[in-house]
Each structure stands twice: as C-alpha cells, then as structure tokens.
Write a protein that binds this ligand. Structure first.
Ligand code: PSV
Ligand code: MN
Ligand code: MN
Length: 389
C-alpha cells in the first residue's frame, strides 16, 4: 500500500478513541492463582495515572472506565479532577451485581423483591456517580442464570429483568445511556438471563433510544460470526459499545487482536461499513486482564492493535469490492478484502504518529521512560483487579 492511500485515512485515524478499563491495571488471574506484578496500582487514583500513560504515548486512549464498587472513592469530583490533571477523562461506569452473597440466585431478575430492589439501588447509585464523573454510559453485565434445567423459571426472570431495567432506565439523565452486555455462559452454565445479542436487543428496544447493546468480543460461542452481529446491530441503530479483547477458548480477556487478528479486521470492516467508526454513538472500549504481562505495556499493545486493524479496514477499497460483489466475482471480491487485511501499515502509522507529535514507537518510548521502574519502586502492595481472581 502506498503512502498516498494512507494519506486519505490520516484524518479519520486521528479521531480514534479507545476507552481503557480501570481493572486492566490491577492484578488479575484465574481461579488458580493471581500473580502480582511490581508497581500495580493501590487505588483508583493510581490506576488512572497508569491509564494516562497509555494515552500519553499513543494518543488513543482519552477515557478510563470505572467499576463500582471496585473503584469506589469518597469524592468522585476529586477523582475526576485527578483524571483531568493527568490528561484523561472518566468514562463508562460499570455496575457490579456479581460479588455479593445476596445475588446467588439473581440480582435484577431475583424473585425476592427486596434483593431485586437492592440491585436496582446499586444501579441508581452508579447513575449518581455518573453525574459526578461526567460519564455518559452505564454498562450493565449480569452474571445471572441457572445451572440446571428446571432450576428457575426463565420466563418470569425475563419479565422481572425488564421491570428492573425500566426503573434504572427512567433514572438516566437526558445525555446518559444504558448499555446492556450479553454473554453466552459463565458463571451460570445452563441458562444465562442475557446470553446473546438478541436478548440484549429485545430488552434494550423495550426500554427506548437511550438503551443500547454492548458487544464484548469474547462473549460468543466459538465459531460465531461476530461481524454479522456487528452489521445487524449497526443496521438496527442499537450498537452502543464494544468491549474488545481476544480469546482462544472462552472469555479469556486477552489482548485484542492477539488471538485472531483477522477476526478483528472483519469486525472493523463492518464497523466502517455500517457507519460505526468515528461515531460517538458507538464506544470503543477494552475489557481485558493482564495476568502475566505488565499491564501498561499490555494496554499500549492493545490500543495499537486496534489502531493498526482500523487503518487496514479504512484502506479497504470499497468501490472495487462492491464492483466485484455485484459481478459475483467471488475470488475477486475476496482478493480485494484480503489485500486490505494484508496491508502492512506499521511504517505509515509510525510516520503518522511523528507528524502528530507522538512517538513513532509508543511501546519503546514508554519502556524507555522509566515509569515502569519508578512505580515498581514506589508502590508496594498493589490491589487485585477485582475481576479474574
Ligand atoms: C465478565 O464476563 C466481564 O468480563 C464482562 O465482560 C464485563 O464487561 C466485565 O466482566 C466487567 O464487569
Ligand atoms: Mn465485557
Ligand atoms: Mn467478559
């Protein structure tokens, strides 16, 4: 690919923004072991300082998502100021109804009115936080479901879910949104109350325009054509956000683009095709954990992977592709598609970064900065991410 072609997408690339999850900076692991990493943040302030490093070297990550109560602080206005002083903003607020004994048999779907109200109140508290942090989106992922056929009445749970979500939705401010994430299994193994995009679509459509679907790339059965779902949700105007990560087996939460770069490309092609790129209605977020690698470099690699694949998707020759498709030129269309995927954009991206005052190689610049060594020395007793243990 020539530099001239790259020039046509330079401005579009400059408008890319990828939100980082605060929990990516904490220690995480599996149910077998959580390894600690030197320099791990000890509180939300330090997580934000680390996230700001990713933005500083890449220019790609201007916002940080928080998780309540993992990131609960006394004064969210102060946390917001702290973020802004570090050159980033607070982003999506994630609720948490999966770590409380009361929610063993459900939260927003629970048959007991009092427990259901407790779960609703947690979300209302999250909305209060959003007013202080200036956040637009409330992201809801529910761990609810059952393990055995006959254990629960799936139908009434769906009805209670609608009622609970309606109460939460009614509390949203005019500029706020609710994004409902789906996941096909885990922690429940027989049925999950929001298992797929269809359920998330049905539930959010019943709420109204401020409710959208969140698509986490790790939350589908192996072999699922995720880009088809992206196309359909964009077509319906209901794709609110992405949780990017990659997986080999289940919800692995590995670095986006690491396991299947081609899948990431195919997804981004549909995003561009459907008007979801450079569109404030479609938030790009990461939802990852770094169990064995250093966290800041892990996040830098992640946003660079998304940027690189976005560049290739933007370079797809749409005119040639449409012509080949309409002529039923099967192999010709596939060749146009693969040409874009196989374009090496690394040198062009390095030059593009330098032209914008960013380091040509953000990873190298970060590693050379001494920040990693400094936090390893300064911080003792970093906290667990909260998730993944
Ligand atoms: C659990 O599967 C999960 O990974 C969801 O994807 C959420 O987005 C994330 O945790 C944080 O709650
Ligand atoms: Mn997620
Ligand atoms: Mn997940």
């Amino acid at each position: 690919m020539t530099t001239a072609a790259f020039g046509t997408i330079a401005d579009q690339l400059g408008r890319q923004a990828i939100e980082l999850p605060s929990w990516a900076f904490g220690n995480s692991g599996t149910r077998f072991k959580v390894f600690s990493t030197p320099g791990t943040p000890r509180d939300p302030y330090e997580k934000i300082a680390d996230a700001a490093q990713v933005h500083r070297y890449t220019g790609l990550a201007p916002t940080v998502a928080l998780h309540i109560p993992w990131d609960l602080v006394d004064d969210f206005a102060d946390l917001r100021r702290h973020a802004e002083e570090h050159g980033v903003q607070l982003g999506t607020i994630n609720s948490n109804t999966f770590q409380d004994d009361d929610y063993k048999f459900g939260a927003l779907t629970h048959v007991d009115e009092a427990i259901r109200q407790k779960a609703i109140d947690h979300h209302l508290q999250c909305i209060d936080v959003m007013h202080e942090t200036g956040s637009r989106d409330l992201k809801i992922w529910l761990a609810e479901g059952s393990n055995y056929p006959g254990q629960e009445d799936m139908r009434s749970r769906q009805d209670r879910l609608h009622d609970s979500l309606s109460t939460i939705y009614d509390r949203l401010g005019d500029d706020q949104r609710l994004v409902l994430e789906y996941k096909f299994f885990e922690p429940s193994f027989y049925h999950t109350d929001v298992p797929d995009w269809g359920t998330s679509y049905v539930q959010t459509a019943a709420l109204g325009d401020k409710a959208m679907v969140c698509l986490d790339t790790g939350h589908h059965a192996p072999g699922t054509n995720i880009e088809f779902i992206v196309m359909q949700l964009l077509r319906l105007g209901k794709l609110g956000s992405f949780d990017f990560n990659s997986r080999f087996y289940a919800d692995d939460d590995l670095i986006v683009g690491a396991a299947d770069p081609f899948q990431l490309f195919r997804i981004l092609v549909e995003v561009v095709r459907g008007g979801g790129y450079d569109n404030p209605d479609v938030a790009f977020m990461l939802d990852q954990c770094h169990n064995v690698e250093d966290k800041i470099p892990g996040q830098i690699r992640s946003v660079l992977n998304v940027q690189e694949m976005t560049a290739r998707a933007l370079l797809l020759d749409r005119v040639a592709l449409t012509a080949a498709q309409e002529a039923h030129d099967v192999l010709g269309a596939n060749e146009v598609f693969m040409d874009a995927f196989q374009t090496d954009v690394r040198a062009d991206l390095a030059a593009w970064r330098e032209s914008r005052g960013l380091p040509a190689n953000p990873m190298r610049a970060y590693l050379d900065s001494g920040y990693q060594q400094q936090i390893a020395e300064d911080r003792v007793g970093g906290v667990q991410a909260g998730w993944g243990a």
